[in-house]
Structure formats: C-alpha cells, structure tokens
Write a protein that binds this ligand. Structure first.
Ligand SMILES: *Cc1c(COP(=O)(O)O)cnc(C)c1O
Length: 496
C-alpha cells in the first residue's frame, strides 16, 4: 500500500519511506492511499499479537511477514506489558467499558505504538538502504516523551531529542522523562506550550536547507509523534482487539455497532479508531472528548477551526493542545481525499490560525464524530463517581472521556472509552478527586493513593524518587533547532 500527501505536494511513497520521513517534507502528512478491509470472522479468537501481526501486515507493504511477526512477538509480551493481552477491557457500568491502554512500560497508551515503532523504523531503514544516523524528534505534551525515550533508548544508529513544555506536564511525567538513562537520549524543557514545541518541530522538519545540511553530514530526521504513520498504525489494532473481546464476552453480537469515546489532544488516538471504522469495524460514533482547550468540539460544532483563543493549563495536560495535527488526515478523508481543499485550509491556517471547512466536509464529519468537553470540576467529579460506583480509578484524561460520553447518553449502544494513562501519573489530582485530600508532594500522593485504593502504583512511577535527574536543560522555543543540530552532531554513544 502506498501513502499520499494530504496536501498533494509529494509523490506517493511506500510504507518504509513514509515512516522514515515522518512527515511530508514541505508540509502535509502521509495518509494511506486506500484502506484494507477487516475480516472480523477470520480474526475471532486470535490474541493481541496475532491481530497486530495481521493488521500491521496489511499496512506495511514491503515488510516481510517475518519482520512484522518478530517485532510484534518481541514487543507485545509479558516483559513489556503487565497484562497478557497487552490492553485490557473492564466494565465501568453496564453499558460503558474502559479500554485500558496503559499497561506498557511508561503507563501511557503511547507505549503500545512506541514500543514497536523502533523496530518498524529500523526495518524501514534497512529496506531503503539508509545508513544515516537518525535523529528522532519528539514534541510532547507529557506522555509521548517518556514512551519514546523508553522505546528508542540505546537503539543503534539513532538519537532521540524530546521537547516538553516547561511547567506544562505533570511532575511525575517530568520526572519520568528527565531521569531517563541511555546514551542516546536528550530531553529539553521549552519555555512555551506544547503547541510551541510541536510547531517548532514541524518547522524543523519542513526546513529543506536544514535537511540538506544534515544529509551532507550523514544525518536524517524522523518523528515519533503521531504525525508519523508508523506511530498511528499500531493504534488501530487495539480497537479491533477490543471489539472482538466484547464479542467473545457475549456482550455484542458480531456486527453490532458500538460507540468509541477517546480523550483527545493531537487527534491521533481517535484517528486510529476512525481508520478502524473505515476498515469495517462496526463503530457508529466516535466521541471526541476535550478539556477546556475545546478547539475540537468548537470545530465540530461550527466547521470553523480557530486556534486564536486563550490557552488553559488543565489537570489533563496531555490534552492541552490547540493545534491538533492529525485532524489534517481526518479532513483529507472528510474532503473526499481532495488534497487541494486540504492545502487551501492549511495555507489559511498558517496565515491566520483559523480556517473554515465547506458544507460537504462538515456533513461528512458530522456523520462520524460527536464531540464534547468537560471542565476541571466535571473531570474531578467523573473520577469520584467512577470510584464510588465501581472502584475504578480513572486518570484525569480518561475521566474527561467518561464525563463527555455521559452527555451523549442514554443510548443502548455499548461504549468503549479509551483509558489513556495510569492514574498514578496524575496522583495528586486523582487523590483530590477521590478523597478530597491534598498530599504534601507527588510521592506522598502516590503512596496515599495506593493505600486508599489497593491498586499498586504503575512500575514506572514506583521508584521514581530515587532516580537522579539526568536532563535539566531549559531552552527558549527559538533554540530548538540549535539543540537538534547539537545532538545530531554529537551522535552520543551510538555506533552507526
Ligand atoms: C497523548 C494523550 C492523549 C491524547 O491523545 P492524542 O492521540 O494526542 O489525541 C490523551 N490522554 C493521554 C493520557 C495522553 O497521553
């Protein structure tokens, strides 16, 4: 299968090249030229690894079955995920299920993709005959950073550079990142927001002069953000797995439709569900849940995307985003895969921070998406309510999802809510919600939450206190490029 640019500014490329490039040089994202059909009957009874193997195989044309099977086999096992099924599906009430995606090494859903991406990227480089040292550029709203660092650390022939917004991630998220070991990893706090970090990274990608300069030095850039198809594609798998699990549990008849609710920031995770739907997974509505940074719900209500608004730091920091990159892939589909319209919208967006889609695209989106948002008070209330009713401990992002999907009930459809992070990454706020307690610091809130709930702290959070801080640099947005160059030239400790 080939990948085309959402803006029509690049010739179609194979999977290996789309993944190695990360995004379209010159702007735009790679989107699959067509989507394979799911044969749900043939997938019944298979485990996560096997479903992953088949689904990834359909998208990664040119990769051998062996490569994909060994990558999925190595990664999706008990050494890296603390439930045998990789993801877990647990009831929240009689109609709503939590799809727990945080059982990987860093306690975030991003692990599911970022554990396998390094293997896919290494195979892509082999296929392309690329021998350059790759610098993986990561902008993070909190969770991608650590998940990428864990996935790529000590990988051969590559370095990782992570930019996170200073003051814009939870203390646990920050500590997870800045204590990472590994000779090839670099973490920078940026004085700015996530949008500044992501915007800076995108500008670096789009800078052809820089790319040429790096190439002369035997260096290439790639991305571990969900702008990279290799990051998005493994996320399709868990929606398929969840649906089949519900069928196995006798909760669904095969073919019966469900709703999927996803707490959303960069629109990556929900886009994976959209692709699953387009491949034939029986999903009726995709419920897009936002926090007070509700640029997406406003867009779905009006057809006007407008980032010119106040930015809020919330208790769900990984969703504190005003520029949702993957929306571009969704718009490409909603526009009937017409790159000219997408290019016009984004040209306007780059100019004014705002664009309006046409009626046809709006109608296509309305058919698939329902969107809503929840403020902090409702988020805390959703955590409290879930704990009281079922003993489930939700993290604030998942709680935004739970709160928003109540706005769309009652319906008799089963709803799957993506549970995107371990509550222990946000212990302070979770403790506040559940017990009304204010702990003296992060670590005390972790201990207290364990005591209260009996749920053991996620392994990447337990022990964090003892680890030394290894990365403490704080930079301005304007210094991102210089940092990338510095890291690229140092090629710290890698052998390529
Ligand atoms: C990244 C993240 C999100 C948002 O996911 P997108 O793919 O960016 O929409 C939601 N919750 C948590 C905990 C996250 O880390």
């Amino acid at each position: 299968m080939r990948y085309v640019s959402t803006r029509g500014n690049h010739a179609p490329v194979g999977a290996a090249e789309a993944i190695h490039l990360g995004m379209v040089p010159g702007g735009g994202l790679f989107a699959p030229e067509d989507l394979p059909r799911l044969d749900l009957g043939a997938l019944r009874g298979l485990g996560y690894r096997e479903i992953a193997r088949r689904a990834l195989g359909a998208f990664l044309e040119g990769f051998s079955e062996d490569e994909i099977a060994s990558a999925a086999g190595e990664v999706y096992g008990p050494e890296r995920f603390d439930v045998p099924s990789v993801a877990d599906l647990v009831p929240l009430d009689d109609r709503r299920y939590l799809l727990e995606l945080f059982h990987g090494p860093t306690g975030a859903f991003k692990d599911v993709a970022l554990q396998i991406l390094p293997r896919i990227l290494a195979a892509a480089k082999r296929k392309l005959g690329v021998t350059s040292h790759t610098v993986i550029l990561v902008a993070t709203s909190g969770d991608t950073g650590k998940a990428a660092l864990e996935g790529f650390r000590d990988g051969e022939g590559l370095s990782v550079v992570v930019f996170y917004p200073h003051g814009g991630v939870s203390e646990i998220q920050r500590l997870q990142m800045v204590t990472t070991e590994g000779s090839n990893v670099h973490v920078f706090g940026v004085r700015g927001t996530f949008d500044d970090c992501q915007g800076g990274a995108k500008r670096i990608f789009a800078d052809r002069r820089l790319a040429a300069r790096l190439e002369r030095e035997g260096l290439a850039l790639s991305s571990a953000n969900s702008i990279n198809w290799g990051r998005l594609c493994p996320q399709i798998v868990y929606y398929v797995w969840a649906y089949l699990r519900l069928v196995d549990l006798g909760r669904l008849r095969e073919g019966e439709r469900i709703d999927v609710c996803v707490p959303t920031g960069n629109f990556g995770n929900i886009l994976a569900a959209f692709y699953a739907r387009s491949m034939g997974l029986p999903i009726e509505k995709l419920v897009c849940a936002s926090n007070r940074n509700k640029v997406l719900p406003d867009f779905f209500a009006t057809g006007v995307y407008d980032r010119n608004r106040e930015f809020h730091r919330t208790i769900s920091p990984s969703m504190d985003i005003l520029v949702s990159s993957n929306l571009e892939r969704f718009l490409f589909e909603a526009a009937g895969r017409d790159p000219d319209r997408v290019r016009r919208w984004y040209a306007e967006f780059e100019e004014t921070g705002r664009f309006a889609v046409d009626g046809a695209a709006k109608a296509a989106m309305d058919e698939v998406v329902a969107a809503g948002w929840a403020d902090e008070a409702r988020t805390l209330e959703a955590i409290r309510a879930a704990y009281r009713a079922s003993g489930r401990v939700l993290d604030p992002h998942t709680a935004v999802g739970a709160a928003v999907c109540e706005d769309f009930g009652p319906s008799d459809r089963v709803t799957v809510i993506a549970a995107t992070a371990s509550p222990y990454k946000f212990s302070r706020d979770v403790l506040r919600a559940i017990a009304g307690e204010e702990a003296a610091d992060e670590f005390r809130s972790v201990a207290r939450l364990e005591e209260l709930t009996g749920l053991p702290a996620h392994r990447s959070v337990a022990g964090l206190r003892e680890r030394p801080v290894r990365h403490d640099r704080l930079i301005g947005v304007g210094a991102m490029e210089a940092c990338v160059l510095e890291v690229a030239r140092a090629r710290c400790g890698t052998r390529s």
